[in-house]
Ligand binder design. Sequence first.
Ligand SMILES: NC(=O)c1ccc[n+]([C@@H]2O[C@H](COP(=O)([O-])OP(=O)(O)OC[C@H]3O[C@@H](n4cnc5c(N)ncnc54)[C@H](O)[C@@H]3O)[C@@H](O)[C@H]2O)c1
Length: 250
Amino acid sequence: MQLLQNKTALVTGAGSGIGRSIARAYARNGAKVVIADIDETGGNDTVEMIRQEKGTAFFVKTDVSRPADNERMVAAAVEQFGALHIACNNAGIVGELARVGKYPIESWDRVIAINLSGAFYGMRYQLPALQQSGGGAIVNIASVLGQAGGDGLSAYTAAKHGLVGLTKSAALEYAQRNIRINAVGPGYIDTPMLHQNLPAEQHPIIRQMHPIGRLGRPEEVAELVLWLSSEKASFVTGAYYSIDGGFLAR
Ligand SMILES: NC(=O)c1ccc[n+]([C@@H]2O[C@H](COP(=O)([O-])OP(=O)(O)OC[C@H]3O[C@@H](n4cnc5c(N)ncnc54)[C@H](O)[C@@H]3O)[C@@H](O)[C@H]2O)c1
């Protein structure tokens, strides 16, 4: 029996990086997976990878900053697979790098809309669907910057701290409704996001911030998310799990 046999799952931002690894891990462990992303090419590539591994997946174009897109994404999952049991709210952006006193207002609004409101809109529609299917699990992808400050990254840091708080409140509300809700906080992970936002000369400095001495891999994050999404984590809810090579232990 596979870990997620007979389960259906949804992953936002699954067209790249960490979200893609999570979606593939879900599918390899027996779940049917909805790939939600604003990027059609990336999303369809993930579907193709899963199908090549004999898994089941389909793509729904979704901008998580739009409530109606989230409603459609969940409805598509239920329509296609008959129920929804697992959701991972992973879509995110970094936004501009600037001091608070100079931070571009538009970037602030966009980062909050995607990284924080996007997860709220997601859960707003996922939770009724999970209840309908008898329960399940949600994992929200926060960051080490959901626990610590980040120079030049106020919007991102505020959104990720907010996401941790949102996760805890929702976990309390649904703890007796058979739905577990947790947050995962990766350190710096080797994904397109990192390469787009961090010049190569800064990589050694970033590596040093992790006592393990390297960046994380998306597959390593996916392992933790898979466990939290499964019945193996049946007594875990409202928690923040760091996966950061020791970053927060300093
Ligand atoms: N890479 C890291 O170092 C790191 C560290 C900590 C946390 N995280 C978090 O992990 C998550 C995934 O990051 P990643 O590194 O895989 O990034 P990535 O850029 O490789 O992938 C992010 C995905 O989200 C999608 N996306 C962006 N805006 C969207 C929107 N409005 N609606 C739907 N999809 C949208 C992108 O198209 C992309 O496919 C993010 O929430 C990020 O904040 C990443």
